[in-house]
Design a protein around this ligand. Structure first.
Ligand SMILES: NC(=O)c1ccc[n+]([C@@H]2O[C@H](COP(=O)([O-])OP(=O)(O)OC[C@H]3O[C@@H](n4cnc5c(N)ncnc54)[C@H](OP(=O)(O)O)[C@@H]3O)[C@@H](O)[C@H]2O)c1
Length: 272
């Protein structure tokens, strides 16, 4: 996909990866519709990018022509806000839908409460599916279009401490894979990016301590943004980040029980 002609709706735009992704996309010439729940950081990001790249910026207002870098405060789990996102996408000519908003859930599965589980699945899996459903008619009409999901290495590798989160990302990956094949004869590409841990405010101090104890690395969010741009420009179906995580994924897919021992031992460093 050619990003200089694209207009991306980016959810979770003011988060750690979102800000870097917005920056990288704007640098390639893409127009942006920045989405998140809180208006202030979105407004601030739109202004920063608008000034940096000499592009028009501002809140999206009904009846007015959209700015190059527009923003919309919306909760992607709320049906009314999903409808507002779809209307805004139509008004802005969005041809690239990037599902980046996400919630974490670290800890032993039995410590997770039902409400948190519901919210996790709503943000990480159900809302991306619902937003895709709402935007697909518009995306299908575009000469080039893509739906891109920011998943996780945990979407193809179940790990202690990340049971529910991993399930939400595995669901997201399954959704992307199925939809990609279903839309193979259309102009809409469906793509999935699987980062490993990323140094943003997403992970709690407990999650960070566990990551260090299990010897896995974290990447800077700018690296994830570069991978996202490469994925979109090259039209790849999937891209996974980090080594040995990239290798563990296919091994796990072929011989999952082979990894039960070494990965199961990570449960020992989980908080009680
Ligand atoms: N950081 C990591 O280690 C890591 C690793 C692999 C994958 N990922 C994935 O990368 C994505 C971005 O993560 P991040 O590290 O940038 O996290 P982050 O800094 O916490 O950003 C997440 C963003 O999601 C938005 N969000 C949450 N719930 C929302 C809702 N209901 N409606 C709209 N927006 C919502 C938040 O914005 P508001 O609060 O303004 O709504 C926030 O800006 C997530 O999908 C995450 O699962 C992260």
């Amino acid at each position: 996909m050619k990003l200089d002609r694209a207009r991306a709706l980016l959810t979770g735009a003011a988060g750690g990866i979102g800000r870097e992704a917005a920056q990288a996309l704007a640098a390639r010439g893409a127009g942006l519709l920045l989405v998140g729940r809180r208006a202030e950081p979105l407004e601030d990001l739109a202004r920063t990018l608008g000034q940096q790249f000499s592009r028009s910026f501002g809140a999206l207002r009904a009846g007015e022509a959209p700015m190059d870098i527009a923003w919309l405060a919306a909760d992607i789990t709320c049906p009314e806000d999903q409808a507002r996102c779809a209307e805004a996408a139509e008004a802005c000519g969005v041809d690239l839908l990037i599902h980046n908003a996400g919630l974490p859930a670290f800890g032993r599965f039995e410590t997770l409460d039902a409400e948190r589980l519901q919210a996790l699945m709503a943000v990480n899996l159900i809302a991306p599916m619902q937003l895709s459903l709402a935007l697909l008619p518009g995306l299908r009409r575009k000469p080039q279009a893509a739906i891109v999901a920011i998943g996780s290495v945990l979407g193809r590798l179940g790990l202690p401490g990340h049971v529910a989160y991993g399930a939400s990302k595995a669901g997201l990956r399954g959704f992307c894979e199925g939809l990609r094949r279903e839309l193979a004869d259309t102009r809409v590409r469906v793509q999935y990016l699987g980062p490993r841990a990323v140094a943003t405010g997403f992970n709690s101090p407990e999650a960070e301590a566990h990551r260090l104890a299990s010897g896995s690395r974290a990447d800077p969010p700018a690296q994830v943004a570069r991978a996202l741009v490469a994925l979109i420009e090259r039209g790849e179906a999937e891209r996974h980040l980090g080594f040995p995580e990239r290798l563990a994924g296919p091994i796990n897919a072929c011989l999952p029980t082979l990894l039960d021992g070494p990965l199961g031992r990570q449960a020992r460093s989980l908080p009680a």
